[in-house]
Design a protein around this ligand. Structure first.
Ligand code: AMP
Ligand code: MG
Length: 487
C-alpha cells in the first residue's frame, strides 16, 4: 500500500511532445471536498483507501496541488460527431495529469475531468458539474463490476465553484483512470491534418505500448486493427446483453483499447426497448439502443479510413467484415448464459429474439426478468413471470419452447441453475432514477446516498441484505428522465 506522495510517474504520452498535447495547469475548484472514492480503483494505484479521507487527496484531485512528477497535458484529437467530421476537438475540460505505474507494472493514465479551460475548450467553460461527475463515476465502476470493459473512476471531488448550465450548479472533478486515453479521433486528427510523421509516431506508440503481442505478427498494424475490431465487437455485445446505452458514440468517444469511454447521457434500460434513445439531444436516434451495433461498425470504418496509410484497403475491409459475426457470437453466447443454457443450439438466436419482442411489447423490466428466471425452477419461474406479459398466448408459446430447451440442455439441480444464472444476471444496475436520487442528495450536501449506491453496484450479482430498494422497477417519475449532453 502506498501513500499519496509515493505514486511513481512515467509520462509516456507527454513525451510524444507538443504536436500531441499542450501543457496546461489545472484551474482549481473552491473549497474542494471528497464526494465519493472507489476503493477498487484506489487498489489499481496501490493506494491505501484511507488516504481518500485526507485533505491532501481533495486538493490533488481538484487542481490545488500537483505531484512534482506530474505533467498535466490537454490532448488534441478530432472525430466524427453524429456522423459529421469535426476537425478540431481535444481535451476541452480534462487534463491528462500523467501516467502512474503500479506494483504489478501496469501504467494507468490519471485524467482529471472538469479541470478548467484548455486550448481546445472552444465555446465551453472547461468545467464539469457535480451531477455529470457523479454519473460518470457510478457508471464507470458499475460497468466494471458487471464485467463490461470500461474506463475507471477514482473519485469525485465537489466544490463551491459556481458553474452555469441551464441553471447555476456546482463544479466538480472526476478522476478518470484508463490504461490509455487515446481515441479513434486521435488517429483521425493526424490523418485529416495530413501529418504522416506524427501519425506514424502515434501508431507506433499504441502498437508498442498497448498491443505488443501484435508486433510479432507479419503485419503488426493489421493485427492491431483486427484486435480493435474484436474488442469493440465484444464490448458492444456486452452493452446489448446487459441493456447499456452509451448515448454519444462519436468517434472521439471511442477508446483505442475497446473500453466503454466518455459516456455522458448514458442509461441502462429499465423496460426492454430496442428503440430507446437515452440522449435527449439525439433527435434522429442515431445512437438508439439497437443502433449501437451498426454504429460500432461505422466507427470502426472511420478508424479504418484513418489507418489507410499503414494498411491496405482490402485488408482493412476484411478485418471490418469480422465485426458483425464476432458481435453475434459474443452476444449469443452471453444471452444463452443469461437464459441459463450451457450448450449451443441452432435455434437459440430465435429463442432470444422472440423473448425480446415479447418483452418489448409488454414493457418488461429487462434486468429483473433474467434475475427472476433463475430464482426458481424453470417451470415455477416462467409461471410467475407470465403476469408481466400482455400477450399471454405469445409468452406461453415461448415458455413451452424454453422449458423444452432447458430440459435438453442438461440435468442440473435447481441450486446449480440458480447459482450459474445469478452469476451472470445482475440484481442491481445503475438505473437512471437511482443515480438521480443520489445526485439530488449530493447537491444538497449529503454524499451518503452516492456512496451507498456505489457500494451496492460494486457487487451487482450478489444479493445484499437490506438493499431491496435498489432492485426495484423505477417509480413513474423515474421512468423517462431526460439526460442531455450539456454537463
Ligand atoms: P463530449 O460530448 O463530452 O464527449 O465532448 C465533446 C467535446 O467538447 C470534447 O472536445 C470536450 O472536451 C468538449 N467539451 C465538452 N464539454 C465542455 C466544457 N464544458 N468546456 C469545454 N469543452 C467541453
Ligand atoms: Mg468526449
Amino acid at each position: 500500500m502506498k501513500a499519496l506522495d509515493e505514486l511513481t510517474f512515467d509520462n509516456r504520452f507527454a513525451r510524444l511532445g507538443d504536436a500531441f498535447s499542450t501543457h496546461v495547469l489545472p484551474d482549481p475548484l473552491d473549497e474542494p471536498r471528497l464526494v465519493v472514492a472507489s476503493n477498487a480503483a484506489m487498489a489499481l494505484l496501490d493506494l491505501d483507501p484511507v488516504v481518500a479521507e485526507t485533505p491532501v487527496f481533495a486538493e490533488l484531485f481538484s487542481g490545488h496541488k500537483l505531484w512534482a512528477e506530474a505533467e498535466p497535458r490537454a490532448m488534441v484529437y478530432s472525430g466524427h460527431q453524429f456522423g459529421g467530421y469535426s476537425p478540431q476537438l481535444g481535451d476541452g475540460r480534462g487534463l491528462l495529469l500523467g501516467e502512474v505505474y503500479n506494483q504489478a507494472g501496469e501504467h494507468w493514465d490519471l485524467h482529471l475531468k472538469g479541470a478548467g479551460l484548455t486550448p481546445y475548450s472552444r465555446m465551453g467553460d472547461g468545467r464539469a458539474v457535480l451531477r455529470s461527475s457523479i454519473r460518470e463515476f457510478l457508471a464507470s465502476e458499475a460497468l466494471h463490476a458487471l464485467g463490461i470493459p470500461s474506463s475507471r473512476a477514482l473519485c469525485v471531488i465537489g466544490s463551491n465553484t459556481p458553474v452555469w448550465r441551464e441553471k447555476q450548479e456546482r463544479g466538480a472533478m472526476v478522476l478518470r483512470l484508463a490504461r490509455s486515453h487515446i481515441r479513434f479521433g486521435h488517429f483521425e486528427y493526424f490523418y485529416y491534418t495530413k501529418k504522416p510523421e506524427q501519425q506514424k509516431e502515434l501508431a507506433e506508440h499504441v502498437l508498442s505500448l498497448h498491443y505488443p503481442e501484435c508486433m510479432e505478427q507479419p503485419e503488426p498494424y493489421l493485427a492491431m486493427f483486427s484486435e480493435i475490431v474484436e474488442r469493440n465487437a465484444e464490448m458492444i455485445a456486452k452493452w446489448q446483453a446487459y441493456g447499456f446505452c452509451h448515448g454519444v458514440m462519436n468517434t472521439d468517444n471511442m477508446s483505442i483499447l475497446g473500453i466503454t469511454f466518455d459516456f455522458g447521457p448514458f442509461a441502462f434500460l429499465d423496460d426492454f426497448d430496442a428503440h430507446f434513445i437515452c440522449n435527449h439531444s439525439d433527435h434522429e436516434g442515431r445512437y438508439s439502443f439497437s443502433n449501437q451495433v451498426p454504429i460500432g461498425q461505422w466507427n470502426l470504418s472511420a478508424l479504418a479510413q484513418a489507418l489507410t496509410p499503414f494498411i491496405s484497403v482490402d485488408a482493412l475491409k476484411e478485418a471490418l467484415g469480422l465485426y458483425l459475426p464476432l458481435y453475434q457470437a459474443h452476444y449469443l453466447d452471453l444471452m444463452r448464459r443469461r437464459l441459463g443454457l450451457t450448450i449451443a443450439e441452432e435455434d437459440d438466436q430465435k429463442l432470444v429474439e422472440q423473448l425480446l419482442k415479447l418483452m418489448q411489447n409488454s414493457g418488461v423490466d429487462y434486468t429483473l426478468f433474467f434475475r427472476r428466471l433463475g430464482d426458481e425452477s424453470t417451470a415455477l419461474a416462467v409461471a410467475r413471470l407470465r403476469d408481466d406479459f400482455v400477450d399471454l398466448a405469445g409468452f406461453d408459446a415461448w415458455a413451452e419452447q424454453y422449458k423444452a430447451r432447458v430440459a435438453r440442455d442438461g440435468d442440473y439441480s435447481e441450486a446449480q441453475r440458480r447459482e450459474r444464472m445469478h452469476a451472470v444476471n445482475p440484481l442491481y444496475i445503475l438505473r437512471n432514477y437511482l443515480a438521480q436520487n443520489a445526485i439530488a442528495a449530493a447537491e444538497s450536501g449529503d454524499y451518503s446516498e452516492v456512496r451507498r449506491l456505489h457500494e451496492v453496484l460494486s457487487k451487482p450479482f450478489e444479493e445484499q441484505a437490506g438493499m431491496e430498494q435498489y432492485a426495484q422497477r423505477p417509480p413513474d417519475w423515474g421512468k423517462h428522465l431526460e439526460i442531455s449532453c450539456s454537463s
